[in-house]
Write a protein that binds this ligand. Sequence first.
Ligand code: DGY
Length: 320
Amino acid sequence: MSKIVVTGKIPNAGLEVLHKAGFNPQAWSQDTAMTRQELLKQVQGADILVTLLTEKVDNELLDAAGSQLKAVCNVAVGYNNIDVAACKTRGVTVTNTPGVLTDATADIALALILMVTRRLAEGERVIRSKTPWQWGMHYMLGTGVTNRVLGVIGMGAIGIATARRAKACGMSVIYYSRSEIDSKIANELGAKKVSLDELLSESDVVSIHCPSNESTHHLIGASQFKKMKPTAYLVNTARGPIVDEQALVDALKAREIAGAGLDVFEFEPKINEGLLDRDDVVLIPHLGSATTETRDAMAMLAANNAVAIANGKSPLTPVG
Ligand code: DGY
């Protein structure tokens, strides 16, 4: 029987899938992530790994697992924690969890758009700090989103779902993506494909939804901020390294953009100190997929991928 090692604590719904399929997974049950040393020990002899985005799957880990390893099933749609090329060279299949977290993540993108444009976190801090306040015509004014332009970078499922939500708020949509989206969806959203430079200069809110890889590393940096409107906002629910975080801090300080809403960070869980005391940024701790039902669905999909591979079948959601 295949040895399945689950390297982080996942919802029971995922473990049940493995048990019901007749496997007896070696599953980490502590809330805190394993140390690297522990991880390298735990993966030894595994046929299949079920991993979380906090685990770096690189040559060192693949060596530690051994040459019998068949697959790495990530419990995330993003897989920048995995060296996919190294897996491919060794014949190790990689899977992710697309689809099941689309709505949850798009909800968070919309929430960040509204929070940062309407200064909601800042307002809440006023109340919680017991700072005296009074309603006033000029008190804590933000920017409305109706009739503004949303620029989506990476028009995959989550980008489209975010665009739908923004459209319901009266925003118009432009996007920058490798490929054109389905014409039916483009018509429904009235979404126009543009170059990255056009997107940056025309958008009132830029929302990032592309994968994190070598070609998108620091896709948004110093020169891109200079192309944005000084009244525009940046929202990132994809992955931190897509944005040069220090360049973001510099752009905010120089008022090259109006603010940012961030769910992900370049050196997660560390956050650039320059962001922490700014009222023009909203910072939340990677909550994109953080609903009970979404996390259950992610764990179940990853487990079903593992079961399929262990049984010699094609995985449901392979990467690449
Ligand atoms: C993912 O699945 O990539 C998300 O970032 C997890 O929250």
